[in-house]
Design a protein around this ligand. Structure first.
Ligand code: AMP
Ligand code: ZN
Length: 120
């Protein structure tokens, strides 16, 4: 598994070659608004490392996965999700064709905000 994939749209977003509405960035993670939101709040959290899906993650990625998961609730509140329990949010990671994955760079969808949503 390479660190970046030159044909990957999310690697291009991280590199700034494709514009995005950035939500967060640190040394190993990047977050940006989904271009086609399903919910009033809908952003994606991705590792800078090109991992095709969570099915490719190994024990060496334990820390990275933990940090992605812990970032979600912080950014959700920052981006306008209402607090738990009346508010909340949904974390989704589509994996493979039957899992509905279209972009093969692992990502967490974080969706929230007042109902109804467009989907989900
Ligand atoms: P998935 O089906 O889980 O692979 O989801 C990929 C998501 O990436 C979809 O929700 C798309 O709307 C989103 N997406 C694709 N291209 C871009 C882009 N250039 N900027 C922001 N989001 C994007
Ligand atoms: Zn990538």
């Amino acid at each position: 598994m390479s660190v970046t994939d030159e044909n990957c749209i999310f690697c291009k977003i991280i590199a700034g070659k494709i514009p995005s509405r950035k939500v967060y960035e640190d040394e190993e993670l990047f977050a940006f608004h989904d271009i086609n939101p399903w919910a009033p709040v809908h952003f994606l959290i991705i590792p800078k490392l090109h991992i095709p899906s969570v099915a490719h993650a190994t024990s060496e990625h334990e820390g990275l996965l933990g940090r992605m998961m812990l970032l979600a609730p912080k950014l959700a509140l920052q981006e306008g999700c209402n607090p738990y329990p009346e508010g909340g949010f949904r974390i989704v990671t589509n994996t493979g064709a039957e899992g509905g994955q279209e972009v093969h760079h692992m990502h967490w969808h974080v969706m929230g905000g007042p109902r109804p949503w467009l989907r989900g």
